[in-house]
Design a protein around this ligand. Structure first.
Ligand code: ZN
Ligand code: ZN
Length: 148
């Protein structure tokens, strides 16, 4: 008993399916590589890290992508840039507050006036005695008005 030959049209259908699946996987794989490359470029300027990330995904596909996802830098370069700006602004405002606006001498945060040039730095709340900004017209601690 012989196995009847598979009809030619069925064979070509199988070939078409195999080809489509192959093409689909290839496009998916290239897509992963492109995504990884663009993602790592936003997170690192290190060429070696970029090559490693793309290689990882090229060799291991989805598991590689998963590993990359866990190990990649959490912040994008834009994020870190923004954060460094924020930190700088914060530092600057602390420095500003600790300098006398009259003579630029260093003053302590609880000084009421500058010991060098006697510029008024802060005022005291007449009700609760806490230090207030000169511009404040009400005390945020006790809620009383402090108009002079
Ligand atoms: Zn001063
Ligand atoms: Zn007060």
């Amino acid at each position: 008993m012989t196995i009847p030959p598979i009809p030619e049209n069925i064979l070509s259908l199988f070939r078409l399916i195999a080809f489509s699946a192959g093409a689909y996987i290839f496009v998916f794989w290239v897509g992963l590589l492109v995504w990884t490359f663009q993602d790592i470029r936003r997170r690192s300027r290190d060429i070696l890290a970029q090559i490693l990330a793309v290689l990882l995904v090229a060799l291991f596909n989805l598991p590689g992508l998963l590993i990359y996802y866990v190990m990649r830098p959490q912040d994008t370069l834009a994020d870190s840039y923004e954060r460094s700006l924020e930190e700088e602004a914060l530092l600057q405002s602390i420095e500003e507050r600790l300098l006398c606006p009259g003579c630029r001498q260093r003053v302590q945060p609880d000084y009421v006036l500058c010991p060098s040039c006697h510029t008024k730095l802060q005022k005291r709340c007449p009700h609760c005695d806490r230090l207030l900004h000169l511009k404040w017209e009400a005390c945020p601690y006790c809620g009383q008005g402090v108009k002079e």
